[in-house]
Design a protein. Structure first.
Length: 274
Protein backbone atom coordinates (compact mmCIF):
# COMPACT_ATOMS: atom_id res chain seq x y z
CA UNK A 1 0.00 0.00 0.00
CA UNK A 2 1.27 3.46 -0.81
CA UNK A 3 1.73 5.81 2.11
CA UNK A 4 -0.76 8.53 2.96
CA UNK A 5 0.35 12.10 3.50
CA UNK A 6 -3.00 13.26 4.74
CA UNK A 7 -2.82 17.04 4.19
CA UNK A 8 -0.72 20.01 3.23
CA UNK A 9 0.99 21.49 6.28
CA UNK A 10 0.71 25.00 4.89
CA UNK A 11 -3.09 24.75 4.70
CA UNK A 12 -3.24 24.17 8.46
CA UNK A 13 -0.92 26.98 9.57
CA UNK A 14 -1.02 30.76 9.35
CA UNK A 15 1.99 33.04 8.97
CA UNK A 16 1.93 35.71 11.68
CA UNK A 17 4.30 38.47 12.82
CA UNK A 18 6.38 37.77 15.92
CA UNK A 19 9.34 39.25 17.80
CA UNK A 20 12.30 36.91 18.37
CA UNK A 21 14.68 37.06 21.35
CA UNK A 22 17.93 35.11 21.27
CA UNK A 23 20.86 35.11 23.67
CA UNK A 24 23.59 37.48 22.61
CA UNK A 25 21.48 39.12 19.91
CA UNK A 26 19.22 42.11 19.55
CA UNK A 27 15.53 41.25 19.27
CA UNK A 28 14.08 41.40 15.76
CA UNK A 29 10.73 41.26 13.98
CA UNK A 30 10.05 38.17 11.94
CA UNK A 31 7.27 35.97 10.56
CA UNK A 32 6.43 32.51 11.85
CA UNK A 33 3.93 29.76 11.06
CA UNK A 34 1.32 29.13 13.78
CA UNK A 35 -0.82 26.00 13.78
CA UNK A 36 -4.55 26.32 13.13
CA UNK A 37 -6.87 25.47 16.01
CA UNK A 38 -10.61 25.93 15.91
CA UNK A 39 -13.80 24.57 17.48
CA UNK A 40 -15.30 21.61 15.66
CA UNK A 41 -18.84 20.76 16.74
CA UNK A 42 -19.84 17.11 16.41
CA UNK A 43 -23.53 16.41 15.96
CA UNK A 44 -25.25 13.08 15.43
CA UNK A 45 -28.41 13.02 13.37
CA UNK A 46 -28.68 16.76 13.88
CA UNK A 47 -28.36 16.60 17.68
CA UNK A 48 -25.43 18.45 19.29
CA UNK A 49 -22.98 16.11 21.04
CA UNK A 50 -19.71 17.89 21.81
CA UNK A 51 -17.27 20.56 20.65
CA UNK A 52 -13.59 19.70 20.26
CA UNK A 53 -10.68 22.04 19.64
CA UNK A 54 -8.60 20.66 16.81
CA UNK A 55 -6.77 21.28 13.56
CA UNK A 56 -9.42 21.47 10.81
CA UNK A 57 -8.20 18.75 8.45
CA UNK A 58 -9.21 15.14 7.71
CA UNK A 59 -12.53 15.72 9.47
CA UNK A 60 -14.30 12.75 7.86
CA UNK A 61 -11.69 10.36 9.26
CA UNK A 62 -11.94 12.19 12.58
CA UNK A 63 -15.73 11.77 12.63
CA UNK A 64 -15.42 8.04 11.96
CA UNK A 65 -12.64 7.47 14.49
CA UNK A 66 -14.35 9.61 17.13
CA UNK A 67 -17.66 7.79 16.67
CA UNK A 68 -15.91 4.43 17.04
CA UNK A 69 -13.87 5.55 20.04
CA UNK A 70 -17.01 6.87 21.74
CA UNK A 71 -18.80 3.56 21.20
CA UNK A 72 -21.61 5.20 19.25
CA UNK A 73 -20.99 3.03 16.17
CA UNK A 74 -19.51 -0.44 15.82
CA UNK A 75 -18.38 -0.14 12.21
CA UNK A 76 -17.79 2.74 9.84
CA UNK A 77 -20.68 1.42 7.73
CA UNK A 78 -23.00 2.48 10.58
CA UNK A 79 -22.43 6.02 9.31
CA UNK A 80 -24.74 6.92 6.43
CA UNK A 81 -23.41 10.39 5.74
CA UNK A 82 -21.01 13.04 7.06
CA UNK A 83 -21.83 16.67 6.33
CA UNK A 84 -19.19 19.31 7.08
CA UNK A 85 -20.12 23.00 7.17
CA UNK A 86 -17.98 26.01 8.05
CA UNK A 87 -19.25 29.10 9.85
CA UNK A 88 -17.88 32.22 11.51
CA UNK A 89 -17.55 30.45 14.86
CA UNK A 90 -16.07 27.19 13.64
CA UNK A 91 -16.94 23.98 11.82
CA UNK A 92 -19.89 21.66 12.30
CA UNK A 93 -19.55 17.98 11.46
CA UNK A 94 -22.97 16.34 11.32
CA UNK A 95 -22.77 12.56 11.38
CA UNK A 96 -25.81 10.64 10.22
CA UNK A 97 -25.84 7.23 11.89
CA UNK A 98 -28.06 4.17 11.62
CA UNK A 99 -31.13 4.09 13.83
CA UNK A 100 -29.74 1.16 15.83
CA UNK A 101 -26.92 3.47 17.01
CA UNK A 102 -29.30 5.98 18.57
CA UNK A 103 -29.55 3.95 21.77
CA UNK A 104 -25.76 4.14 22.19
CA UNK A 105 -25.99 7.87 21.56
CA UNK A 106 -28.59 8.34 24.28
CA UNK A 107 -26.42 6.41 26.74
CA UNK A 108 -23.42 8.63 26.05
CA UNK A 109 -23.92 12.23 27.08
CA UNK A 110 -21.10 14.72 27.00
CA UNK A 111 -20.84 18.37 27.82
CA UNK A 112 -20.64 20.68 24.82
CA UNK A 113 -17.09 21.84 25.45
CA UNK A 114 -13.94 19.73 25.17
CA UNK A 115 -10.40 20.88 25.87
CA UNK A 116 -7.83 20.74 23.08
CA UNK A 117 -7.55 17.13 21.95
CA UNK A 118 -8.91 15.85 25.25
CA UNK A 119 -9.93 12.23 25.13
CA UNK A 120 -12.43 12.09 27.99
CA UNK A 121 -13.16 15.70 28.99
CA UNK A 122 -16.88 16.25 29.36
CA UNK A 123 -17.77 12.73 30.44
CA UNK A 124 -20.45 12.83 33.10
CA UNK A 125 -19.98 9.35 34.63
CA UNK A 126 -16.94 7.24 35.45
CA UNK A 127 -18.63 4.31 33.71
CA UNK A 128 -18.56 6.29 30.47
CA UNK A 129 -14.77 6.53 30.62
CA UNK A 130 -14.02 2.84 31.13
CA UNK A 131 -15.61 1.06 28.17
CA UNK A 132 -16.10 -2.68 28.03
CA UNK A 133 -14.03 -3.98 25.11
CA UNK A 134 -13.22 -7.51 24.00
CA UNK A 135 -9.51 -8.37 24.40
CA UNK A 136 -7.65 -8.56 21.10
CA UNK A 137 -6.42 -11.83 19.66
CA UNK A 138 -2.70 -12.24 18.94
CA UNK A 139 -1.94 -12.25 15.22
CA UNK A 140 0.80 -9.63 14.96
CA UNK A 141 4.52 -9.58 15.67
CA UNK A 142 7.01 -6.76 15.22
CA UNK A 143 10.77 -6.93 14.80
CA UNK A 144 12.10 -4.16 17.02
CA UNK A 145 14.98 -3.61 14.59
CA UNK A 146 12.50 -1.65 12.41
CA UNK A 147 11.69 0.90 15.12
CA UNK A 148 14.63 3.25 14.50
CA UNK A 149 13.79 3.38 10.80
CA UNK A 150 10.18 4.23 11.63
CA UNK A 151 11.27 7.03 13.95
CA UNK A 152 13.54 8.46 11.25
CA UNK A 153 10.67 8.40 8.75
CA UNK A 154 8.44 10.14 11.29
CA UNK A 155 10.84 13.07 11.62
CA UNK A 156 10.70 13.59 7.86
CA UNK A 157 6.95 13.19 7.49
CA UNK A 158 5.77 15.42 10.35
CA UNK A 159 5.39 18.37 8.01
CA UNK A 160 2.98 20.37 10.16
CA UNK A 161 5.13 19.94 13.25
CA UNK A 162 8.24 20.94 11.28
CA UNK A 163 6.43 24.09 10.25
CA UNK A 164 4.86 25.04 13.60
CA UNK A 165 6.40 22.93 16.38
CA UNK A 166 2.87 22.42 17.74
CA UNK A 167 1.49 19.21 16.22
CA UNK A 168 1.22 15.69 17.54
CA UNK A 169 1.23 12.79 15.11
CA UNK A 170 -0.34 9.35 15.01
CA UNK A 171 1.00 6.95 12.40
CA UNK A 172 0.26 3.44 11.20
CA UNK A 173 3.26 1.16 10.61
CA UNK A 174 3.31 -2.06 8.66
CA UNK A 175 5.24 -4.99 10.14
CA UNK A 176 8.40 -3.78 8.38
CA UNK A 177 8.22 -0.42 10.14
CA UNK A 178 7.11 1.50 7.04
CA UNK A 179 4.69 4.38 7.61
CA UNK A 180 1.48 3.76 5.69
CA UNK A 181 -0.54 6.63 7.15
CA UNK A 182 0.19 9.75 9.18
CA UNK A 183 -2.17 12.26 10.75
CA UNK A 184 -1.14 15.40 12.61
CA UNK A 185 -3.22 17.59 14.90
CA UNK A 186 -2.81 20.08 17.70
CA UNK A 187 -4.46 17.43 19.90
CA UNK A 188 -2.89 14.02 20.37
CA UNK A 189 -6.23 12.25 20.87
CA UNK A 190 -7.66 13.88 17.76
CA UNK A 191 -4.67 12.81 15.66
CA UNK A 192 -5.26 9.25 16.85
CA UNK A 193 -9.02 9.42 16.20
CA UNK A 194 -8.28 10.50 12.63
CA UNK A 195 -5.93 7.55 12.23
CA UNK A 196 -8.48 5.15 13.75
CA UNK A 197 -11.04 6.32 11.20
CA UNK A 198 -8.55 5.75 8.39
CA UNK A 199 -7.61 2.29 9.69
CA UNK A 200 -11.26 1.22 9.69
CA UNK A 201 -12.05 2.67 6.27
CA UNK A 202 -9.04 1.00 4.66
CA UNK A 203 -9.20 -2.30 6.60
CA UNK A 204 -5.58 -2.10 7.77
CA UNK A 205 -4.37 -5.16 9.70
CA UNK A 206 -1.17 -6.67 11.01
CA UNK A 207 0.62 -3.41 11.83
CA UNK A 208 1.16 -1.07 14.74
CA UNK A 209 0.40 2.49 15.84
CA UNK A 210 3.07 5.02 16.82
CA UNK A 211 2.12 8.22 18.66
CA UNK A 212 4.26 11.27 19.46
CA UNK A 213 3.02 11.57 23.02
CA UNK A 214 2.72 9.66 26.25
CA UNK A 215 0.63 6.51 26.26
CA UNK A 216 -2.40 7.42 28.33
CA UNK A 217 -5.44 5.30 29.14
CA UNK A 218 -7.51 6.82 26.32
CA UNK A 219 -4.80 6.18 23.73
CA UNK A 220 -4.73 2.47 24.60
CA UNK A 221 -8.52 2.34 24.48
CA UNK A 222 -8.62 3.94 21.02
CA UNK A 223 -6.02 1.49 19.71
CA UNK A 224 -8.09 -1.36 21.14
CA UNK A 225 -11.17 -0.04 19.35
CA UNK A 226 -9.15 0.05 16.11
CA UNK A 227 -8.17 -3.60 16.57
CA UNK A 228 -4.45 -2.72 16.53
CA UNK A 229 -2.37 -5.00 18.74
CA UNK A 230 0.76 -2.87 19.22
CA UNK A 231 1.08 0.74 20.42
CA UNK A 232 4.41 2.59 20.39
CA UNK A 233 4.63 5.89 22.26
CA UNK A 234 7.44 8.43 22.21
CA UNK A 235 7.00 9.16 25.92
CA UNK A 236 6.14 7.01 28.91
CA UNK A 237 2.88 5.32 29.85
CA UNK A 238 0.49 5.90 32.72
CA UNK A 239 -0.32 3.14 35.19
CA UNK A 240 -3.93 3.05 34.04
CA UNK A 241 -2.77 2.70 30.44
CA UNK A 242 -0.58 -0.28 31.38
CA UNK A 243 -3.43 -1.92 33.27
CA UNK A 244 -5.81 -1.45 30.34
CA UNK A 245 -3.21 -2.76 27.87
CA UNK A 246 -2.83 -5.90 29.99
CA UNK A 247 -6.61 -6.33 30.05
CA UNK A 248 -7.13 -5.72 26.32
CA UNK A 249 -4.12 -7.81 25.24
CA UNK A 250 -2.44 -4.76 23.68
CA UNK A 251 1.35 -4.68 23.47
CA UNK A 252 2.33 -1.29 24.92
CA UNK A 253 5.75 0.31 24.48
CA UNK A 254 6.95 3.69 25.71
CA UNK A 255 10.09 5.83 25.56
CA UNK A 256 10.43 4.79 21.93
CA UNK A 257 13.46 6.81 20.91
CA UNK A 258 16.44 6.05 18.65
CA UNK A 259 18.21 3.05 20.16
CA UNK A 260 15.71 2.34 22.94
CA UNK A 261 12.18 1.21 23.83
CA UNK A 262 10.48 -0.05 26.99
CA UNK A 263 7.70 -2.65 26.90
CA UNK A 264 5.04 -2.27 29.60
CA UNK A 265 2.55 -4.94 28.58
CA UNK A 266 2.48 -8.10 26.45
CA UNK A 267 6.11 -8.20 25.24
CA UNK A 268 5.52 -11.52 23.44
CA UNK A 269 4.68 -9.73 20.18
CA UNK A 270 8.08 -7.99 20.07
CA UNK A 271 11.23 -9.79 18.94
CA UNK A 272 14.72 -9.05 17.64
CA UNK A 273 17.18 -6.34 18.66
CA UNK A 274 17.34 -2.60 18.13
Amino acid sequence: MSELLSFSAFSNASELPIVRFRKGKQSWHDMDYIIEEMPVAITFNGVAYTVMMCTPNDLEDFAIGFSLSEGIIQHHRDIHNINITSGESGITVDVSVANRCLFNLKQKRRSLAGMTGCGICGEEKLESVCRSLTPLTTNTQFDICHLDGALNQLLLKQKLNQLTGSAHAAVYLDNNGQILAIFEDVGRHIALDKLVGYIHRHHLEGGAVLVTSRASFEMVQKVGVAGVEILFAISSATKMAVELAEKLNVTLLGYCRPGRADVYAHPERIFGKI
